[in-house]
Design a binder for this molecule. Sequence first.
Ligand SMILES: Nc1ncnc2c1ncn2[C@@H]1O[C@H](COP(=O)(O)OP(=O)(O)OP(=O)(O)O)[C@@H](O)[C@H]1O
Ligand SMILES: [Mg+2]
Length: 309
Amino acid sequence: MYGGKGGLGKTTFSAATGWWLAQQGHRVLVFSVDPQASLSDIFQRDIYGQGPVEITPGLFAQEIDADQHIRAYQDEIRRKILDMYGMDEVPEEIESYIEAAAAEPAMEESAIFDQVVDIVTEGGYDYYIYDLVPLGHALYYLSMASVYDQWIDKITGLREEMAEYDQVAAVMQRDRDVPEDEILAELRTIKQRINTSSSILTDRVKTAFFFVLVPEEMIILDTVKAAGMFARFDVPLSGYIVNRVVPTELADQDIPEYLRNRIEQQQGALRRIEEQFGDEVMARIPEFERDITGLDMIEAMAGEMFGRD
Ligand SMILES: Nc1ncnc2c1ncn2[C@@H]1O[C@H](COP(=O)(O)OP(=O)(O)OP(=O)(O)O)[C@@H](O)[C@H]1O
Ligand SMILES: [Mg+2]
């Protein structure tokens, strides 16, 4: 995972990492749950809501359409209600609740979260690259796992208590067959899925989380703060990548004062980054002459990140 503030290069690094790993012979999925995802832009292919699309041999990209997933999610809830309560039709008051819930941001979040859980638990790839949304939001997604977990613990507890009462009532009524509580089973399944995905996300062997930053004072401060918060969610921090470094060689050329000042300022920030993060800085990536879109630019970026073979 690449994390960082908006617009610093998360999607660019995700795409370049995916491309590079695929070149090494791995099967890779780069995926995004951001409605404003830009994987389609960088790969110059419309992949939104189409499932995994193969970009180059072994490199797959996927942009999740949250709305489509919410509709599937609603259908699943309807189906479960029908199954669990043995109904033929969802009662109108429940139906209107299901529809209203779709407008809830929480519904979107959980639909998205669910999809991420599906992707990481399903398997089928050697590497998954989760192109994250800007920082604040990413933290929100990560905290969802623990919020969900606590919530499900509570409900499961309540449900178990109820099941006990049911059992007592059944014994008193000499009714042997206490049907297995399907709702409880469902809750346990959800909990299992959440635990699986958060254990993958926080597994130091399986998961690497890199912060993207640029040499600017404000960004350094924000990154230090955010890194502390991610650490609290047990996200394994694997290092920092400094993007958009203006090559210092330019200073030897006849360049405008404007650019010279910028290089000087960046050098100051780079020293600060060195003091702050030291050898946790994995790479310093130059400012390219243009946006990174298309496979040629992705290849050039991968060369800067991983070296050229
Ligand atoms: N080293 C670089 N040189 C030139 N342009 C770059 C470089 N790194 C990134 N860019 C450009 O900066 C823009 C933002 O990059 P990108 O989309 O990867 O950021 P992001 O962190 O994913 O943004 P968001 O938070 O909005 O998802 C893109 O147009 C990208 O092509
Ligand atoms: Mg992005």
